[in-house]
Ligand binder design. Sequence first.
Ligand code: GRF
Length: 220
Amino acid sequence: MKRRVAILISGRGSNMAALLDAASVPDFPAEIALVLSNRPGAAGLERARAARLPAVCIDHRDFNGDRAAHEAAIDQALRTEGTEIVCLAGYMRLMTPFLVGAWRGRMLNIHPSLLPAFPGLDTHARALAAGVKLHGCTVHVVTEEMDAGPILAQAAVPVLPGDTPDSLAARVLCQEHMIYPAALAAFAAGVAGPNPAAAAALANPLPWPVAHHKTLQDPI
Ligand code: GRF
């Protein structure tokens, strides 16, 4: 029995599209029951409608700053579609403890850094400023503390000379599109956990000369 998944977006929706593509495979253990955006102009809504999925906007601006009412409307929409798992995919609203609590243990998020490094915004620029050599992305369970829930999957990419926030973001995004469907599949099938079944991928091995690598491994 496939688990019913709702995807919450605010914009482009490329991770949403990756989840839709994965879920279109017959033996994927989850089906996308609903795509929900808080912004009417979110490009992901069109993509979802093109896939003939229920795609609705619950615009936070219609609630005049009443976060509780906005979240209650979202919660109602999720329940109406029989949602079992919620995937945040570029959903750019901070949630109150109400919505997080209502979906505790059933809400996942993808974050563009190797958590616990760089929670919050502007992760790629901050990674470059910090001079890290590895960066990446994380799928985690959502808890009250932002970007801090149990980690289900991570992928790492190298930071390369000349990288800009955009070039680094693009390299990370390719990995996001791989680990989010994989993490959702494992979670929906009931085999994902923070430990030790977490998936990990080290993408794009460092551009280290083979000869040098061999030298390092040679016995002295
Ligand atoms: C992604 O980088 C994701 O990690 C972050 O927001 C971005 C959303 O991109 N949470 P998209 O809308 O999935 O293309």
